[in-house]
Design a protein around this ligand. Structure first.
Ligand code: SAH
Ligand code: SF4
Ligand code: F3S
Length: 451
């Protein structure tokens, strides 16, 4: 009699790259005769895909292991840790929690079946922190994608920038771009499978630089990334978004590509981190505020209105109240559609960790609140300016507020809830729809379908 398949549950913490890695891991595990399940409660194997960008994200791994084990008062599952914490901590994880059976680094997703089988077979402390093997292909089946309509497509992995505060270059290794022909083929395939939207993802998408320019020879653009955008637009995929952009590598030809192609979405995420040149230098970001504002001018000068969002770290070591004031002024000038604000979190092994984390907890909280308040007032104004206009929405499902209302993201990446005006809601899910904006809150728009 054939043995029953073992079941695996994968839980994803962290960024979209982790979401993509988990999808890939699910694919290879299914191909190796594991059943993928949706809860840790009944799984034989639980894999946590982890993030270490800030202390709180890292602590979550241990919280989750505790919770999962506590809920299972019967048979305990085999627990594995993959992703950024796995890559950075390696062997030390086994010492921290002896319930951990295996550790798989950020480039070991394809080798998970072997690691899991060895751990299930009784081998203890199974670990793989190695690079990807040549020839490993990104090949994720529809059944393992998080959504049937929106797909994450990694175009570049890793980071070479080594910003002084950031752990990512250590957890993800050096930048490696996927061949353009492979990306274009994947997106063309997604289109035939009924996908309406792709996100091109990477720590710095506009640093995209493949070894060979296959598939982009005939495409216009001053940089490989702008060429790739145009080539992806030509697949006819409904909506194409990309994140994250790195200011130094953001060139004007990206805006030209967005101007030319309707299906390249009207949104750019361009993290600035600080409004002070002095702090930017200490952070080793490689640009000054004047350079950043040049990029903002290109973006604001585009043919259609492009939404602009950003990340800011407050309380970087040595950040004075004048530095912070410059950040406030920058945020005022940029008029961001959205802003993620983070309190500086010291990461072991980064250059910034050698500096004294001298901005007090109280001061960080106060700066955070002031910046948040400023952004709130800017955002309220921006969101209100959409009232009366028509936006295109990819319908995702029922809204959190009301069952007879639907919700989705606009091409400018804003959440919108809308009434269906008598059209059967279920028939609209997964489709792009025109919606008229009738109301605005700080973080979401409201409207009615325009049919
Ligand atoms: N590659 C992107 C984003 C990387 S991580 C970029 O360079 O912009 C996402 C965000 O987390 C960063 O933009 C930064 O704002 C924040 N971040 C990274 N390291 C941090 C740290 N040590 N403390 C607080 N925030 C951090
Ligand atoms: Fe981190 Fe800087 Fe790389 Fe972004 S560019 S991932 S902040 S090192
Ligand atoms: Fe976190 Fe690693 Fe992404 S540290 S933000 S999961 S690259």
């Amino acid at each position: 009699m054939p043995e029953k398949n073992r079941s695996v549950y994968i839980e994803t913490l962290g960024c979209q790259m982790n979401v993509a890695d988990s999808e890939r891991a699910a694919g290879v595990l299914r191909a190796a005769a594991f059943d993928l399940v949706k809860s840790a409660d009944e799984a034989d194997v639980v894999i946590l895909n982890t993030c270490s960008v800030r202390a709180r994200a890292e602590a979550k791994v241990f919280d989750r292991i505790g919770e999962i084990r506590h809920r299972r008062n019967g048979a305990q599952p085999l627990i594995g840790v993959m992703g950024c914490v796995a890559q950075l901590e390696g062997e030390a994880l086994f010492q921290k929690r002896n319930s951990i059976g295996f550790v798989a680094g950020t480039r070991a997703a394809d080798r998970l079946p072997d690691l899991v089988n060895r751990a299930l077979g009784g081998e203890s402390r199974v670990m793989d922190l190695a690079e990807r093997l040549p020839g490993e292909k990104w090949n994720v089946g529809v059944e393992h994608r998080t959504s049937g309509k929106t797909a994450f497509v990694p175009i570049i992995e890793g980071c070479n920038k080594f910003c002084s505060y950031c752990i990512v270059p250590y957890s993800r290794g050096r930048e490696k771009s996927r061949p353009a022909s492979e990306i274009i083929r994947e997106i063309a395939g997604l289109k035939t499978q009924g996908y309406e939207e792709v996100y091109l993802i990477g720590q710095n998408v506009n640093s995209y630089r493949p070894n060979v320019i296959d598939g982009l020879e005939e495409v216009a653009g001053a940089t490989p990334f702008a060429k790739l955008l145009r080539a992806v637009a030509r697949t006819g995929m409904g909506r194409i978004k990309f994140t994250t952009s790195f200011p130094r590598d953001f060139h004007t030809d990206i805006v030209s590509a967005l101007d030319e192609h309707e299906n390249l979405c009207n949104w750019v995420h361009l993290p600035v981190q600080s409004g002070s040149d002095r702090v930017l230098r200490a952070m080793r970001r490689g640009y000054r505020i004047a350079d950043y504002m040049q990029r903002v001018a290109w973006i604001k000068g585009a043919r259609q209105r492009l939404a602009l969002t950003s990340d800011i770290i407050i309380g970087y070591p040595g950040e004075t109240s004048e530095d912070f004031q410059q950040t406030m002024e920058l945020v005022e000038r940029c008029q961001y559609d959205g802003l993620y604000i983070f309190k500086y979190s010291e990461r072991k092994g980064t250059p910034a960790a050698k500096q004294f984390d001298d901005v007090s907890k109280e001061e960080k909280a106060s700066r955070f609140a002031r910046l948040e308040e400023l952004q709130r007032s800017i955002q309220t104004k921006i969101y209100r300016s959409y009232i009366g206009s028509m936006v295109e929405v990819l319908v995702e499902g029922a809204s959190a507020r009301r069952a007879d209302e639907l919700s989705g993201h606009t091409t400018c990446n804003k959440i919108i809830n809308f009434s269906t005006e008598g059209v059967e809601a279920a028939s609209l899910i997964g489709k792009p729809m025109p919606v008229v904006v009738t109301e605005a809150k700080r973080n979401s728009l409201y409207g009615r379908i325009a049919v």
